[in-house]
Design a protein around this ligand. Sequence first.
Ligand code: EPS
Length: 400
Amino acid sequence: MNKNFRVLTSGESHGKCLNAIIDGIPAGFPISEDTINHDLWRRQQGYGRGGRMKIESDKVEIKSGVRHGITTGAPVCLEIKNKDYENWKTVMDTAPVELTDENIAKIEEKSFTKLRPGHADYAGSVKYGFIDLRNVLERSSARKTAMEVAIGSIAKQILAQFGIAAVSHVTQIGGGKLEDNVKVRNGILTYKDKTYPLTEIGDLAENSEVRCFDEETSEKMKAEIDKAKKEGTTLGGKFEVYYTGLPVGLGSHVQYDRALDGLLAQAVMSIQAVKAVEIGAGTEVADMTGAETHDPFELKDGKIVRTSNNAGGIEGGMTNGETLVVRGTMKAIPTMKTPLPTVDIKDTTETEAHFERSDTCAVPACAVVAEARIATVLVDAFLDKFGGDSLKEVKAHYES
Ligand code: EPS
């Protein structure tokens, strides 16, 4: 858990709202609600999303800790309303409801006991002692990542004061993937021997329905999603997140729980459905020699720079001044129209898994969530190194 930028969230998928309290933001930082709402909108995009995204148009309300657009140093409280709650009032009411025939029918309609393989249903029901799996689904749902994006958006606005910026994009959805690995160094991406500034990659990704900068691959990804939808199945994929402008020395080598790569891995791995996290060259290093793996130093205009970035911007658990490169792999969503064999925990019989409205593919949204989760880790490490009570103090520490 973050120590300097402390966060707790609450909220169910079909409850009244999602909430968060952020403690530790110094006074004097400008925070724009519009910028947060734009990030929330980005999370809602992506070819292959389900019906819920048509109901919601997520908007944050900043409830405390900000006055006239500037942080006061007090805890910041955020709220995002679930529009869909209107349709779930009786089912999700926090107070006991009158057990009329009508209310019982409504609650029973949304109760389910047929375990979805791959979801939190089984372990959650055993752990918390529920038969109605609704109690597990509601908080395990990726709905809560909306609030995580709002928190990350605030973190990004803090980091932006110091020239730190994010880009995220999708490199694979099912069988649709970029034809070559991308390499990123010093804010420049190389793909098939061509170079692009990361800002251009970011713009292209923002304008793609699958968050992919390459048009041809985007079309392949969309075709994969169409096919999966037709078959009643779902798809996973891979995404990459980059941060530029990071100073040297965020994180530390001195204690394992301060190593930035470990903290980033935890933050990305714990996003729903993420199964692998890599930094820089990642798992490719197994096939590389030492000479191929490590990024040589050289002097350019008197400055120490690197000739490659296989380390992905982190050495010894600390930022090294190069572009941060984090890659995530997401499995296919476990809620499927064509269900897998399962067990009904109500009467321990074999049956087919529960299905309810879901997404065919959420990899583009996952990339936006990862961007946000990474921002909260980075801002925590940043405030650990340069922290103060006000923007003025943090700037003075940073400049020193
Ligand atoms: C999501 C909201 C959910 C799902 C999805 C992500 O809404 P609903 O359950 O009402 O359709 O669309 O969550 C999952 C696929 C999952 O398995 O949790 C969202 O806001 O991102």
